[in-house]
Design a protein around this ligand. Structure first.
Ligand SMILES: [Zn+2]
Length: 312
């Protein structure tokens, strides 16, 4: 049997784009592709091209838990395509969208919050995410989470015969990350602190950290069984085994950067040393542009350098 994930759209590192780049996205071209993961659990991916490869995909993946108790959604994609997302949800389930959980603040995961709140959804997220959102006053207050929780205070939602765990991850991709576990389906939506297109992205402006990313990977390694499907916000699905080389890569880059920081190297010197070189052939998209800081490799090395330099 063909595993469901093979048909998934995989995503460009959209969250990595600087704000100005969002204006370039052709929202009208985005189609929503639905994949059934379990009897009542679906994933929706934005696809802007026939190939559905990393370059063609658009926005963060959405989870939809459907059934007689109504719908729980994970993440809300870009606000510009909310009508399309709603239409895709309605094809799965006729009931009301009761809950919307945000994996983290990025606009390709929360842009539709206000739209779905107006549909009646109650938005759940980390307290830190709400604070991050309040720092961006241009956003409609209707995007704000209504029910918040902190580190060490996971939430359980029981509906449609499923137990959904909202599991906080301390300061990893952002300062307000949550993993969403569906216990019976044995699926964890892990947000963006893992990615398999480009190097890791630590959004330090929104509270992300290298230490937290490693912590999150360790926590996920303990939560997941060998057969648990791990669903990143972008890219192909993985299992627990895939976390090991990913973590090793992060640690190897960190150690090289740390040694250079210890010798007093400048950021320019560290970037010139190409410390990611042993991994560049394996990390798809790693040398593609990822915003103002150059390639995704350069961005990652810059984030690591700055965190180590601060002595964090
Ligand atoms: Zn993100």
């Amino acid at each position: 049997m063909k595993p469901a994930f093979l048909s998934f759209a995989v995503a460009v590192a959209a969250a990595a784009l600087p704000a100005a780049a969002y204006a370039q996205i052709d929202y009208a071209a985005i189609q929503i592709v639905t994949d059934k993961m379990a009897p009542n659990l679906y994933m929706l991916s934005g696809s802007a091209g026939a190939d559905r490869n990393h370059q063609d995909a658009a926005g963060g993946r959405i989870g939809v838990l459907a059934g007689p108790d109504g719908v729980l959604m994970v993440d809300s994609q870009y606000g510009q395509i909310s009508e399309k997302v709603l239409a895709a949800v309605k094809l799965i389930a006729s009931g009301p969208i009761r809950y919307l959980v945000n994996s983290h603040i990025h606009i390709d995961h929360t842009g539709g919050n206000a739209f779905f709140a107006k549909q009646g959804a109650v938005i759940y997220a980390r307290e830190e995410l709400r604070e991050e959102m309040l720092r961006a006053p241009a956003r409609d207050p209707a995007n704000l989470p209504v029910i918040t929780y902190g580190m060490g205070a996971p939430v359980k939602i029981r509906m449609n015969g499923e137990v959904v765990d909202l599991i906080p991850v301390r300061a990893a991709h952002t300062g307000g990350d949550t993993m969403i576990r569906f216990e019976n389906a044995n699926i964890i939506m892990i947000g963006d602190f893992y990615r398999n297109f480009g190097y890791p992205y630590i959004d330090t402006a929104n509270g992300g950290s290298l230490k937290g990313m490693l912590e999150g990977l360790d926590m996920l390694g303990k939560l997941a069984g060998p057969d648990t499907k791990l669903v990143p916000g972008h890219g192909t699905l993985i299992t627990r085994a895939d976390l090991i080389p990913y973590r090793e890569m992060i640690v190897a880059v960190r150690d090289k950067v740390a040694a250079m920081v210890g010798q007093g190297a400048t950021l320019q010197q560290v970037l010139a040393a190409k410390v990611t070189a042993p991994f560049d052939a394996k990390v798809e998209g790693g040398l593609l542009a990822a915003g103002a800081q150059g390639t995704s490799a350069d961005r990652f090395v810059t984030e690591v350098y700055e965190e180590l330099k601060r002595g964090a």
